[in-house]
Ligand binder design. Structure first.
Ligand code: SAH
Length: 353
């Protein structure tokens, strides 16, 4: 099969064989990419129209017990400035976001044991009380199954945990030996079982990544069927051993966004900050390639630069309202509109499928 035939197959059957995905990723030309893009945009528009969901990102801690080799806040980075938002800081971010129209708050952070189940459960309850109708998304890394269940019972709706790479050998090249690929994948299945709207995802162009790894990532998403999928280019951080490597490619990231959209028509797919970091119009391009979510930053501006997972991260000098207005303008410039709804996952019914 040639590239156009594989794109056709993806559009009509929502699937492809691994060797077809590898072939497509390795051989797609600019013309092919435009065909793929148009198909992905059409599928996204069939499902979401020109509406873009927003999630308010609150980066609650830069302390992390893990040592992921690519990450700027890995525990062994002695240069990282560590901060932890207080309960009151976090609530103030939510209040501000709610007033701006946000209905989803994403609490993201390093794996910081000071955020105990007890205090997170209380916090989740309080956010729900102050911001009626909002959704709470957690992105706090791997916690015990018991902890994840407690947080869900306390009212958390969604959980983002990128699998990072579906290749076990590749995973082990990006993480220290005390971290376990099997636990990461097992946690993702557990999150779904508990009832969370679950987000998986991976970095594009991460060190040692092969096209086969990427094909495995696409097939893993198809198999896990998460409600959300976050992908963005790997961007080097100056305090890691990967400092001199190139960042992941723009075209490759856009191609993968489009393929994910075709394979998973109803998935919630963000145009990520990392994509906006490697290209001035990265997030707009992401939307035009099939994404339907953006995640403006609601973190307090005095801590933003310290949540540095990678170098040159955008939006670190702005206020929440500025970030939102900037994204509203960017979306309008390509004919899309940011909406204030919660933007829950809605499964296509069988007829639509
Ligand atoms: N600690 C939590 C969430 C924070 S990290 C967790 O482990 O899930 C959020 C995401 O940032 C990670 O999943 C990873 O995919 C991404 N990330 C980390 N370092 C990065 C880098 N150097 N370039 C691009 N993305 C990176």
């Amino acid at each position: 099969m040639n590239c156009n035939e594989i794109i056709n197959k993806l559009r009509t059957t929502r699937n492809a064989e691994k060797d077809e995905l590898v072939y497509l990723l390795d051989n797609i030309t600019d013309d092919g990419r435009e065909v793929l893009r148009r198909n992905a945009q059409e599928v996204a528009q069939e499902h979401f129209g020109n509406k873009i969901f927003i999630r308010g990102l609150i980066e609650i801690s830069s302390f992390c017990k893990n040592d992921c080799l690519y990450c700027g806040i890995r525990r062994s980075n002695k240069n990282a400035v560590r901060y932890r938002l207080s309960r009151e800081d976090i609530l103030a971010c939510c209040d501000k976001g709610y007033a701006l129209g946000f209905c989803t708050f994403v609490l993201q952070g390093g794996e910081d044991s000071r955020f105990t189940d007890e205090m997170l459960c209380e916090l989740i309850g309080e956010i729900k009380r102050r911001c009626p109708g909002c959704a709470i998304t957690l992105s706090l890394g791997e916690r015990s199954f018991d902890s994840l269940q407690k947080l869900y019972d306390a009212g958390a709706d969604r959980y983002l945990l990128r699998h990072e790479t579906a290749g076990k050998t590749h995973y082990e090249k990006l993480h220290p030996s005390e971290m376990s690929f099997d636990n990461r994948i097992g946690t993702l299945y557990k999150l779904k079982e508990i009832g969370y709207q679950t987000g998986a995802g991976f970095m594009v162009g991460s060190p040692y990544q092969t096209t086969e790894n990427l094909a495995d990532d696409l097939l893993f998403i198809k198999k896990l069927q998460p409600q959300m999928c976050g992908i963005g280019p790997f961007v080097p951080h100056k305090d890691t051993d990967f400092r001199d490597l190139e960042h992941g490619g723009l075209n490759l990231t856009l191609t993968l966004l489009s393929i994910i959209r075709l394979m998973n028509p109803d998935i919630l797919l963000p145009a990520t900050t990392a994509l906006g970091t490697i290209d001035f119009r990265g997030r707009e391009l992401g939307i035009l390639h099939g994404a339907n979510v953006v995640m403006p930053n609601l973190s307090p501006s005095d801590h933003r630069k310290d949540y540095a997972l990678y170098d040159n991260k955008i939006c670190t000098g702005e206020e929440a309202a500025e970030c939102l207005n900037c994204l509203k303008g960017r979306m309008r410039s390509i004919g899309y509109e940011i909406v204030n709804s919660r933007g829950d996952y809605r499964q296509l019914n069988n007829k639509e499928k």
